[in-house]
Write a protein that binds this ligand. Structure first.
Ligand code: HEM
Length: 407
């Protein structure tokens, strides 16, 4: 594509009706946005932002940029509907003082001790999956590996009984899928049902945990029920919806981190060899995967007053789409940004956002990434992606639905 058509595409990009090729491979479009339209008005009045400096400043400022979505989700989901109740009660879509109170309980529940306790179980989960894949003529790195790990880990975190974990993945996909910019009636219906079923399940789990509490030092659900670390407990609805949120927040994102990492190392054999020769590079490899193919490509904020960004006046109440995927390849911050470099330092990516809403699970996600990628490569150094890859088909969450491989 020549520069003129790229410029034209960037200046007319509409997230609710993306151009052909954007969903599967948005990166050339992001580069064009950074160059030609880093502050782009959308047909519905919202604004799409791509520069690292703009996103970084917005993430840090919860006074001018609100995370509350009551106004946006009313028309989208229907006020009072299951998806509306879920998403507007989630930590991520709230502002201080509610956000400060709930976040305090969440961060104090995900203690370093609770996360450290995860590591042996994580290694065991990963090794069992590797054992199960060994000897198979072909495997699917998503179905057989990447998607199973976070479900087990978050399941362990909240101590969800093993034989009750099967529906978690589909509930989670349906609820987060409802955050896509454009939705069909069927997607909406599936999302509402998933919230209802998930909530009913958690009501029962919470009742069982209240009757028989776990060790509050390490059991995250028991800590959330007790409201450890805060003066005030979570209400029943806050507790249930935020448990759903933790399960969802840590699932598709981490699946995508592992799947995108495996695909990138497959597609960059020299980088893979470098990692195999220097296993200590695993931590910076995970950071580069997070930068280069961020599992979560977009965030959103709403302006609480008129603001000026890059010379553009933006009125109060405007919905901002924060393109993390573009900011992470901003040449102002990352030298040679289109190069996948597992030794990149510094690497100030925004994959976990920033400021007061920075991801609560980032330590756990990084641990999962390191253990999953490191142990798979160590066990199967010649693993090759082979066969048709299926992309996730979403704009916000970037990953694969299927990644066939021979080990
Ligand atoms: C690679 C994996 C992950 C990625 C890329 C990721 C990304 C993000 C991002 C971008 C945000 C900020 C959203 C915003 O404010 O607009 C966020 C928030 C959050 N994440 Fe993660 N996440 C990951 C894994 C996890 C895990 C494993 C957990 C739970 C154990 C988790 C729990 C949360 C929570 C509770 C928030 C809300 C924080 C707040 O609003 O104060 N995440 N995550």
């Amino acid at each position: 594509m020549n520069d003129i058509s790229l410029k034209n595409l960037a200046q007319n990009l509409d997230l609710t009706n993306p151009p052909e090729g954007f969903v599967d491979d948005p990166f050339p479009f992001y580069d064009a946005l950074l160059e030609y339209a880093p502050i782009l008005r959308q047909p519905d009045g919202s604004v799409l932002l791509s520069r690292h400096a703009d996103l970084d400043a917005i993430y840090r400022n919860t006074t001018l940029y609100s995370s509350d979505k009551e106004a946006a989700f009313g028309p989208k989901f229907g006020v009072g509907s299951p998806l509306f109740e879920h998403h507007t009660t989630s930590l991520v879509f709230s502002d201080p003082p509610l956000h400060t109170r709930v976040r305090k309980i969440m961060t104090s529940a995900l203690t370093p001790r609770a996360i450290a306790r995860m590591e042996p179980g994580l290694i065991e989960t990963v090794d069992v999956l590797l054992d199960d894949m060994e000897g198979k003529a072909q495997v699917d790195l998503i179905e057989d590996f990447a998607s199973t790990i976070p479900i087990q880990i978050i399941g362990n975190l909240l101590d969800v009984p093993m034989d009750e974990r099967a529906p978690l993945r589909d509930w989670s996909l349906a609820i987060l899928g409802a955050l896509e910019p454009a939705l069909t009636d069927t997607q909406l219906e599936i999302g509402h049902s998933a919230v209802c079923e998930f909530k009913a399940y958690l009501q029962d789990l919470v009742a069982r945990r209240r009757a028989k509490p776990g060790d509050p030092e390490i059991d995250v659900l028991t800590r959330l029920i007790r409201g450890e670390g805060a003066d005030e407990k979570l209400s029943e609805i806050e507790l249930l919806q935020n448990c759903i949120f933790i399960l969802n927040a840590g699932h598709e994102t981490t699946t995508n981190l592992i799947g995108n990492g495996l695909a990138l190392l497959n597609d960059h054999p020299a980088q893979r060899k470098r990692l195999l020769d220097n296993p200590d590079l695993i931590a910076s490899t995970v950071e580069e995967v997070l930068r280069f193919r961020s599992p979560n490509q977009f965030g959103n904020r709403e302006t609480t007053a008129e603001v000026e960004i890059g010379g553009h006046l933006i009125v109060k109440g405007t919905n901002l789409h924060l393109c993390i995927g573009a900011a992470n390849r901003d040449p102002e911050v990352f030298p040679d940004p289109t190069r996948f470099d597992i030794t990149r330092k510094p690497n100030r990516h925004l994959a976990f956002a920033g400021g007061p809403h920075v991801c609560v699970g980032l330590t756990l996600a990084r641990l999962e990434g390191r253990v999953a990628l490191g142990r798979l490569l160590n066990r199967f150094p010649d693993c090759q992606v082979q066969g048709p890859r299926v992309r996730g088909g979403r704009i916000r969450f970037h990953g694969y639905a299927s990644l066939p491989a021979v080990l």
